[in-house]
Design a protein around this ligand. Structure first.
Ligand code: 5AD
Ligand code: SF4
Length: 477
């Protein structure tokens, strides 16, 4: 039977971890679409299951092996039903432990690292003839040269918010972090390619772009003048693309905040005043042991530069508690820093050693009980700051980009500039529009209100309204 007449094959991708992985899952689906694969929500009955793994925290590889145990049963059932099921392990665990996965989990057909997703069809073909296939090399050629273009249909089905990768990898080598090993050296996409992607998305109804990478503000892609452009300059260029009403980026590093980025926050209405700027710790001693190459004061100064340029800016951050050597006074310095900055949101994690990183060789000094207690204390403080921040929205009129129907009939949901979900009663014709909402009430993290002005008429939405951008951190930074 010719390929084009074959029935669609079912593809199920299970993604863990950061938004880079959500984006990579889309890239894999786009790569496999020409092979006749159509995404399905469940592993049951799928012809191909991809585990898109994350190695950044927690017991990542154990989770993968237990998931593979469950998939083995599904694969055996598929064989009894006379169908085949291929299993692929992708993502950072694949990159870090490829050989080991092949050895320990015979159920796996293909192991593929994040730099090789464009080879998935060939790897699947190789697995068919050779039994298994593994590719975890960092290619010497352009990391981004082979990004598949999503179809119009795929863009529309994914909603009005889209991620665009601008850089990958990291050269910072924080001592706790696997990213420099799993995602490799920092590399930036040329400006023209990013512009092409954003234009294409905008032409197909995307209104909000989140530029992603492990350290986006280390961006130095080649510009139209043949020189490396700083990240801020890229933002100015993208803000001029018709149809793009909101720009965001994640994740950024405090050491790479150069002046054009600050200027962009001052000048560009489309650039949302909400920045994820991880600091990890408030103690200079721990920051040094983490090889962050900045002090707590340096971080405070960076925050001040943003705030001077854009007074309504808000921040989120990542924190690690219980890093080796973290004494009570180091943790107190973290709490003090959080108190001084005042976050709109933040993520905090218990330190866990990642094999192969320098910190994994350091003596762990903080007991599990102390780590738990510090985590709770930090999360309580962050929660209270987040609630206080959300309360400041009450009674105010805030711009909301509407992206999907709510759970209740007649309800439409969007996001404020600070990614707070905001609900109104309205027609779904407002999906894709930015409209002012007067906020009347707050329920946990969600805002409820009424439209403060009538929507523009005559521009029906062309979207099958799916979920909007999820605020997750990009692994690292
Ligand atoms: N242990 C705990 N948290 C970690 N992170 C990265 N590596 C580790 C680790 N070994 C956290 C950092 C980073 C976020 C994505 O994950 O806070 O910013
Ligand atoms: Fe790079 Fe961030 Fe990991 Fe540090 S934490 S090595 S900056 S990705």
């Amino acid at each position: 039977m010719p390929e084009s007449r074959m029935p669609p094959r079912k593809l199920h991708i299970k993604s863990y971890g950061c938004q880079m992985n959500v984006y990579d899952a889309q890239r894999m689906a786009d790569t496999l679409a020409p092979e006749g694969y159509v995404e399905t929500a469940s592993a049951e009955g799928a012809d191909l299951v991809i585990l898109n793994t994350c190695h950044i925290r927690e017991k990542a590889s154990e989770k993968v092996y237990s998931e593979l145990g469950r998939l083995r049963a599904a694969k055996e059932q598929a064989a009894r039903d006379g169908r085949g099921m291929n299993i692929v392990v992708a993502g950072c665990v694949a990159q870090a432990e490829g050989e080991e996965i092949i050895r320990r989990a015979p159920v796996v057909d293909v192991v593929v690292g994040p730099q090789s997703y464009h080879h998935l069809p060939q790897l699947l073909a190789r697995a068919k003839t050779c039994g298994r296939a593994l590719e975890t090399e960092f290619p010497v050629a352009d990391k981004f040269g082979f990004l598949p273009q999503p179809s119009r249909q795929a863009i529309r089905a994914r909603g009005i918010s889209a991620f665009v990768t601008v850089q990958e990898g990291c050269d910072k080598f924080c001592t706790f972090c696997v990213v420099p090993y799993t995602r490799g050296a920092e590399a930036s996409r040329p400006v023209a390619k990013v512009i092409d992607d954003v234009r294409r998305l905008a032409d197909n109804g995307v209104r909000e772009i989140t530029l992603i990478g492990q350290n986006v503000n280390a961006y130095h892609g080649e510009g139209s003048d043949g020189r490396p452009w700083p990240f801020g300059k890229l933002l100015y260029r993208l803000a001029g693309i018709p149809g793009i009403v909101r720009l965001r980026y994640s994740t950024s590093h405090p050491r790479d905040v150069e002046d054009t980025l600050i200027d962009a926050h001052r000048d560009l209405d489309a650039l949302m005043p909400f920045v994820h700027l991880p600091v990890q710790s408030g103690s200079d001693r721990i920051l040094a042991a983490m090889n962050r190459r900045h002090t707590a004061d340096d971080y405070r100064r960076v925050i001040d530069r943003f705030r001077d340029a854009r007074p309504d800016i808000a921040f989120s951050s990542d924190f690690i508690v219980g890093f080796p050597g973290e004494a009570e006074e180091d943790f107190a310095a973290t709490l003090a820093l959080v108190g001084q900055i005042g976050y709109a949101a933040a993520y905090s994690f218990k330190y866990s050693p990642r094999p192969g990183t320098p910190a994994a060789d350091m003596q762990e000094t903080v007991s599990t009980a102390d780590m738990d207690q510090r985590l709770v204390q930090l999360q309580n403080l962050i929660d209270s700051q987040q609630s206080a921040f959300n309360r400041t929205a009450l009674g105010r009129t805030i711009d909301v980009l509407f992206d999907r129907p709510g759970r209740k009939p007649g309800q439409i949901v969007g996001r404020t500039p600070y990614l707070q979900p905001a609900h109104v009663e309205a027609s779904d014709a407002i999906i894709g529009q930015v409209l002012p909402v007067t906020v009347a009430s707050l329920e946990r993290y969600s805002l409820f209100g009424t439209l403060a002005s009538q929507p523009a008429s005559g521009e029906p939405s062309n979207h099958a309204a799916t979920g909007g951008a999820q605020f997750q951190t990009t692994a690292g930074v």
